[in-house]
Design a protein around this ligand. Sequence first.
Ligand code: ATP
Ligand code: MG
Length: 738
Amino acid sequence: MDVSFILDALNDKQREAVAAPLQNTLILAGAGSGKTRVLVHRIAWLMHAYEVSPFSIMAVTFTNKAAKEMQARIEQLVGLPPQGMWVGTFHSLAHRLLRAHWRDAGLKQNFQIMDSDDQLRLIKRIMREQNIDETRWPPKQVCWFINAQKDEGRRAAHVPPSNDPFSQGMHQLYYTYEEVCERTGVLDFGELLLRAHELLLNTPALLRHYQQRFVHVLVDEFQDTNTIQYAWLRLLVGDQGSITAVGDDDQSIYGWRGAKIENIQHFNKHFHDVSTIRLEQNYRSTGHILKAANGLIKNNDDRLGKELWTDSGEGEPISLYAGFNEQDEARFIISIIKKWRDDGTSLRDMAILYRSNAQSRVIEECLVREQIAYRIYGGHRFYDRLEIKNALAYARLGIDVNDDSAMERVINIPPRGIGERSIGTIRELARDQGCSMWQAAMEIVRQELLPARATNAIKAFLELIQGMQLTIQTDNLSLGDIFEQLIKEAGLIPYHEKEKGEKGAARVENLKELVNAASGFSWTQEDAEEEEYSSPMMAFLDQAVLDAGEAQADEYQDAIQLMTLHSAKGLEFPLVFLTGVEENLFPSRMSFEEPGRLEEERRLCYVGITRAMEKLYITYAESRRLHGSDSFNSPSRFINEIPPECLEEVRLRSQVSRPVSTQRPTFERPITRAAQLQGYQVPETNVSMGDRVNHPIFGEGLVVNYEGQGPQARVQVNFDDQGTKWLVLAFAKLEVLS
Ligand code: ATP
Ligand code: MG
């Protein structure tokens, strides 16, 4: 069979990687050099050149979006859906193993997954029950502690003892948390990985089976694997299998969540006969964008070291825009988007990236005002929404009445007269008897342990859920019908309709959307069983937790993409806006305190820059209202680390950028780029671009920009100690120093 078509659209190095012998291979390469492309082509190569069955292949990526993309690309290349191949994220693959071997893993058959929100709620509940002081052991920190231990592969019993009371408290909470999860059969995200690792480790026959089955393991974004993921891979690959890992040390951005860059550095030690291949030609971005990325990342130490190049030409310089505030920044972005849209670019080819979710709100509002469609990844995602989680909790209870976290969630939503006191009694009894809250509630009703009104309210709730159990088990109801019925029985629609204003209406809309999503869920009973689920409902609930965010907007609608820098990893867009590039925000303030974190922020910036194919805008705001307070940050140090010749400053007034060569410099001291670019006298004042000035409060600085005329004239001064600020000239009392 002619397999050359697989190698056709690749360069020599890529070809070498794709057709590498069947041994352990590490492909180490910078952004946009075709790593993911190589991985997909290698899968096709294995299937065609070596006639490897798809059953023997496992491919691991980092996000659900990337996994779907990979599946689609494989299908396109080999012409068939790769049936039997396991393609997914670490979490989804671990989950699949646990569903298939729940008994060996020591789980209940219908175990439930809880997301980070549920996890925090559970921890708070445990702390309340045990009267533990939340100010001394903040629940979020407890959560973080437990997750970090799990990422390192440590159960409570494996955590080294400590003498200090704070750590001892954390440790004790981990023990209790473990007990409660075990008893109620819920798993957090970290547990999926840990449990899947233990499953293979403790069940040699199973390990052998999977080692023999998955002879070829391929991993994308390898730089972000954590200890437990790495251990799991090593176990699975064993001595017989082979692993192909692709990664970029400069894009390691999950250190704060336990990812270990060392996993790349030690790859040669842990896997035998490794051949390492480097790719350096970038196919994604223009010369200016690449040069900016190279210049920035050079400031990090301890790199494996590589320089990207492209032969696609320089392209346009990166545009830098300074907004007065976050509103101005958003308005500017929208104006550019409209321009590109009117010139014929699809909205889906544009992305707005930001450091933290909270930044998206202002941009979203602006987009809504301008009626521009957008889709948001991360942040407040569909399945994360309160009303959706409530509806899902009813379904979870209907499947397993002993699901305490679901019960906690909805026992009094909508309010049905089961107050905190009654819930407290249920909790206490459950704890004393070592049973679930459901069983405790049954006991309270049977023995009438609470006043008649409370008892009756609990009884009504128990009956409601029993009714839902019947609904869920009804044979000829579709999943959509079941959800519609559950939402109705629970009274969720009238409950939210009573809420004031837009919010309630949006919640009702969302609940209807959930029914739609369930109706569109096409799994049959046979599909479910093939994937080790007892019913389509179980599969749907799990996907809602694992897949959060990806079912929300209509996938086919043309929409701008909004996401955090973290979720942009691996993706590419012709037009990219990197927003909020300010000190304290990006790099984030937190990164100043912990060693190594600043470098991680810089890698994150590198990831952001290298998402852009044709054009990159970097924006920042001189004042920003965030989390309810105003801050005045100077432009990020990362901007200064970009070689000046790749950047040009944009001015809103004309909304065009001026290349240096067409400027008409009127003074001799163009000290900053902006001064160099603008080169104008500020009218009717004695302050000129490039002047050093003194301000009575902010001290000395350099004039770098101006806006408006006459009494409205404003100048932008880059103060030595205070960063840049816009000042109204008429009031600013600036003294010219030079
Ligand atoms: P990242 O580090 O961001 O994940 P990557 O190394 O995985 O990037 P890819 O996404 O695989 O890079 O490739 C970047 C872009 O370059 C894609 O659009 C890809 O199709 C294109 N590309 C890669 N190699 C070639 C090639 N040999 N010929 C043409 N286009 C290519
Ligand atoms: Mg990639």
